[in-house]
Design a protein around this ligand. Structure first.
Ligand code: KG4
Ligand code: ZN
Length: 335
């Protein structure tokens, strides 16, 4: 049985996990530096990089110990680490650490694409899901609809032309003075408001599967400036309903145009209550299975990176020690 140590440092989470080829998650440790970034309204790359340097070693040790392994010479068969996309200074910390361990322990290692990692998260909870699978991958940095024939066989059907869904949440929250990150706060507020209180423009009404949230974001800000009497909860509800409607409309179109037998949500925005309800309803309507990973598996973690790494290593994908961080690594370039 293969057993891989996964390491993730692409943004503000320092994470390590141990996952077996049976997709058992033996440990998963996540430390976030988010408290250091709140005052700035977004992740400050320099602070994130420094936090990774300080926490990577204890986080990896904890992941090994929690998996009942000897942290000095663990019984693992390989190492998987996020090589991109992400903040270059943050990626380099994890990548250098993984290379050093691979060298010291004489183990193969593989640089994993962070987005491919997110695509493996639903599999960790449903290892026997039915293929093909269509995944709506929505995070702070990316928003895309991906078709997969099997693990690692992905085709991007559509993606955002401007802001990512989570980025739109974070920016709207910042303008409304709701703090950072914006997704969880707006999601909570939206449940107390009425979406009909404010009519917002619906974007991307054409037949394509690409997404766009920049216009919606601007419309929300303008509307709240023009109508200062509007309740925040109503603004949040209208924004959330319009954004979810666009995502679900495109996801429905992607499912109708494909042979998918399952649908999944992935990425930090997959924690969103409107999206989770909408995807479950869509799956029921189409008679296919919905996979809505637990919240800890939606946000950045290293178990998903280990899972993607297990797949890559099993298919001859070990990386050379000269591998560089790839801050803008496109999922389409992962072969
Ligand atoms: O995947 P993730 O942890 O990090 C990236 O790789 O980007 O996603 C973080 C994003 C943030 O933009 C945050 O506001 C958003 O996920 N988010 C949510 C919710 N929880 C987190 N967005 C909408 N509703 C939520 N409940
Ligand atoms: Zn992510």
């Amino acid at each position: 049985m293969e057993r891989v140590l996964g390491i993730e440092t692409s943004c503000d989470e320092t994470a390590a996990a141990v996952v077996t080829s049976r997709l058992d998650v033996e440990s998963s440790v996540v430390e976030s530096s988010i408290d250091q970034h709140r005052d700035y309204g977004g992740v400050v790359p320099e602070l994130a990089g420094r936090a990774h340097v300080a926490t990577i070693r204890p986080v990896v040790e904890r992941a090994l110990v929690e998996a009942d392994l000897d942290p000095r010479r663990p019984d693992i068969t390989g190492i998987a680490v996020t090589a991109g996309p992400g903040l270059v200074g943050s990626l380099l910390v994890g990548l250098s650490f993984a290379k050093a361990l691979a060298l010291a322990w004489d183990l193969p290692y593989v640089g994993v694409n962070h987005l491919e990692g997110h695509l493996f998260a639903p599999l960790l909870e449903a290892p026997s899901l039915e293929w093909p699978l269509v995944t709506l991958l929505v995070s702070g940095g990316h928003s895309m609809i991906v078709h997969q024939r099997g693990p690692g066989e992905h085709e991007v059907l559509g993606e955002t032309l401007d802001d990512a869904a989570g980025e739109a949440y974070d920016k709207v929250a910042r303008w409304l003075g709701l703090g950072y990150p914006g997704g969880p706060v707006i999601d909570r507020l939206a449940r107390e408001g009425s979406p009909e209180a404010l009519a917002l423009p619906r974007g991307m009404l054409g037949p394509g599967l690409d997404l766009s949230f920049s216009g919606l974001k601007t419309a929300v800000v303008r509307a709240s400036e023009d109508h200062p009497d509007l309740a925040l909860a109503d603004v949040a509800a209208a924004f959330q309903a319009t954004l979810a409607e666009q995502l679900l409309r495109k996801l429905r179109a992607a499912l109708e145009a494909s042979d998918a037998r399952s649908v999944a949500l992935a990425g930090g925005v997959a924690a969103n209550s409107a999206l989770r309800e909408g995807v479950a309803a869509l799956a029921r309507e189409r008679g296919i299975a919905a996979h809505l990973p637990a919240l800890a598996m939606c946000t950045d973690n290293a178990a998903m990176i280990a899972a993607a790494g297990l797949h890559r290593l099993a298919h001859g994908g070990a990386s050379a020690l000269g591998l560089s961080a790839r801050p803008a690594w496109d999922l389409r370039e992962v072969a």
